[in-house]
Design a protein around this ligand. Structure first.
Ligand code: HEC
Length: 161
């Protein structure tokens, strides 16, 4: 087989042929499973960066300007990842009982989860601007972050799996 032909047959194997051979239900299940894991992992990252900021604001951890600024920068990066592939339809806690706490109302007509997500982005961005400017400045920004997390969880996250 010459080189050009070889490349052509490999390409068609990995694009058209390979993809159409996967049964659609398997592909969907796999994508939903992956999306649920990804968004739960993403939420763990939210906690990983926001947690110590909450701790500083409460006085449980000593305020450290450099660390606070770094945490805020990272939280801001995390909340700005694209959510598009993490919330496919049929990935709610009724369709996927035990795997997720995401409530079906996320996907309902008129759901304001987009606004809640935007509030989170606004709060994280605001925190990046003041986190290194002293504990008092940090406290206000962290309060808004906490409200943004809670605002979304109260409406869209079930208490239990
Ligand atoms: C726009 C909505 C929204 C915002 C904002 C939000 N969350 Fe979540 N969070 C969710 C939903 C929905 C779930 C349930 C996800 C699932 O089980 O599939 C969740 C789950 C979690 C979990 C559990 C993850 C796991 O392992 O199951 C943690 C921890 C968490 N969020 C932390 C945070 C923190 C901290 C913030 C703020 C910095 C935050 N979240 C902001 C919607 C949000």
């Amino acid at each position: 087989m010459n080189k050009v032909l070889k490349v052509f047959s490999l390409t068609s194997l990995f694009t058209g042929a390979a993809l159409t051979m996967i049964p659609p239900t398997y592909a969907d299940d796999d994508a939903i499973d992956s999306a649920i894991k990804a968004r739960r992992g993403l939420m763990q990252l939210h906690s990983h960066y926001a947690g110590p900021l909450f701790g500083m604001a409460k006085g449980d951890i000593d305020y450290d300007a450099a660390l606070a600024a770094n945490l805020a920068e990272n939280l801001n990066a995390v909340v700005n990842l694209s959510m598009a592939r993490m919330w496919p339809p049929e990935s709610d806690n009724e369709s996927r009982e035990g795997d997720t706490r995401a409530q079906p109302n996320i996907w309902e007509e008129g759901s304001d989860i987009g606004d809640k997500s935007q509030a989170m982005k606004d709060a994280a961005l605001a925190a990046t601007l003041v986190a290194g400017d002293g504990l008092d400045a940090l406290k206000g920004a962290v309060g808004d972050i906490g409200q943004a997390c809670k605002g979304c969880h109260d409406d869209f996250r079930a208490k239990d799996f």
